[in-house]
Every structure is written in C-alpha cells, then in structure tokens.
Design a protein around this ligand. Sequence first.
Ligand SMILES: C[S@@+](CC[C@H](N)C(=O)[O-])C[C@H]1O[C@@H](n2cnc3c(N)ncnc32)[C@H](O)[C@@H]1O
Length: 265
Amino acid sequence: MYDKVDNYNELFMNLRPDYPIIWATLEILNPDKIVEYGAGSGRILPLYKQTHAKKIIGLDLEQKMVESFIQNGDDKERIVSYCQNICDITTHIKDADILIMTSSVMKHIEPNLRETAWDSISKSLGDNTIIFIDHCEYLYDQNKSTDWQSYFDTLKFWWAEEHRDNLKSFVWKKEVNHIDDILYYKNIDTNEEIIIKTYIYKIDDITDDIKKANLQYTQITNSFTYPHSKHQTNRFISLLTNNKFDKNRLLNIKNKIIGLLDIED
Ligand SMILES: C[S@@+](CC[C@H](N)C(=O)[O-])C[C@H]1O[C@@H](n2cnc3c(N)ncnc32)[C@H](O)[C@@H]1O
C-alpha cells in the first residue's frame, strides 16, 4: 500500500493543510523529544527540524517509509525511524514530550484491532506525553464513492503554492462502502495507480475508544485553519493524554495553541 515511496513522495511530500496547527502545537510545547506514529517518509520533518528537539523519531509499519524518513531527516544523530505497528506496545514513546498522529492514521487500523491499538498506545504513553491527533471520518472529507478527479481541481489549496502545478499529473477517486473508505490515486503521466485502504472511523467512535483506553482529550478545533479549505465533514483535531495528566494544564496548553492560531474555540 505504502511501498511505492517515490510516487507517494512526489504527490504528498508538499501537502500542507495541517502545518499551521502542528507548528503552533510544537511552538507551545517546545519538545525535547518528538515521536510520530505512521510517520511515513517525513512530510512533517521540516517543522520538526525547526524545533529545539534533540530526538525526532518516526514510527511506521512500512520499511520503505522508514528508510525514506531517515533519508529525508538527513541527521542520523537527531532523526531516526523504526518499523513499528501501532497495535503493538513500544518503548519509544514513554519519554516523548509529543506524539504526533496526523493524517487520520487510525483509519488504517482494522475495526476489530482498534481496541488493541488504543490499549497499546495508552500503555506506551509516558505520564507527560501529549498526543496531537488529527482525524477525519472520511479521507478528503468525501463520504461517497466518486469517479476520477483531478487533485489540482479539487484539493490544490492543501498544497504549498509553489508545488500546485505538480498536482495536474495526479487524479484520485474513492470507493466508500459500509466500513471501507478506499482511496485510489494515479499518476496520469506514468499510469501508476496506488490503492490506500482505510476504514470509516466516526468521531463519536474514536472519542469512545479513547475514553475506554483511559485517555482524556481536549479538542482544539474541528477544521484546518487555511482560509480556502472547504469541509463537508468535521475533523477531530485534539490533544490526548493519559488520565493522570493535569486536566487544567492540558486546557491551558490548548488555549495557548488557539491563541497562537487566532481561531475560535
Ligand atoms: C497517509 S500516510 C501519513 C504519513 C504522515 N503521517 C503524513 O502525515 O504525511 C499513513 C502512514 O501510516 C502508516 N501505517 C499504516 N498502518 C500502520 C500501522 N498499523 N502502524 C504503523 N504505521 C502504519 C503507513 O505505512 C503510512 O506511512
């Protein structure tokens, strides 16, 4: 699914809709150690590199993504990546200040494994680790199957301006049924087609699962902060911690992030 790294990187490395909110979160937390789950090839690395973090760790299921993350990090002392399944407990997160879970990464987990995954995350988390999560029920806010359509015509505002022309070479379509939310994308110059299989994961279900795993959350916002983004469905953009974390401290952090972004609570 994610082993065609060159094709993936060409399309997705300059995707930017979550950059402002991740930037604000990093700015407020000023982390020493950053870990990202489902980190892929390091799309967010430019933001991580600008922090004072001494350790930046990507965790991903796909070996080729792990290699690409290390290569894009280009600083083996500070930036590493490991193969790791979200469903398994890991020691990498215990002393992390922040765990990033962006791009609706939990949509990749089969519904019958979600409880295991959240339980492992909860057990792996340190008492002071804050999870930043961005989750959308449907990829690209699109809750119905579609025909092929152009990235440039439909989603260009999610990309950095100087990279939008590249989107003219890519098209996408979706197959949505009762549990699956499958994305197909294709480079029309090479005709190479990739299938990304995810599952519909409702926000009410994710918040229930979070609570069952003894985690608490506070939602920062329900949309990206880009003025041109159009949304048909809400996003769950939140901070999560284990239940021992001081709730007032968490709310204070959230309010500071909101203050930096100048968005409505
Ligand atoms: C859409 S990509 C997102 C990459 C990156 N977080 C970003 O925002 O650009 C999703 C990544 O999650 C990884 N992934 C999927 N299932 C996973 C699992 N069970 N455990 C760890 N990583 C997983 C995939 O290999 C892929 O690299």
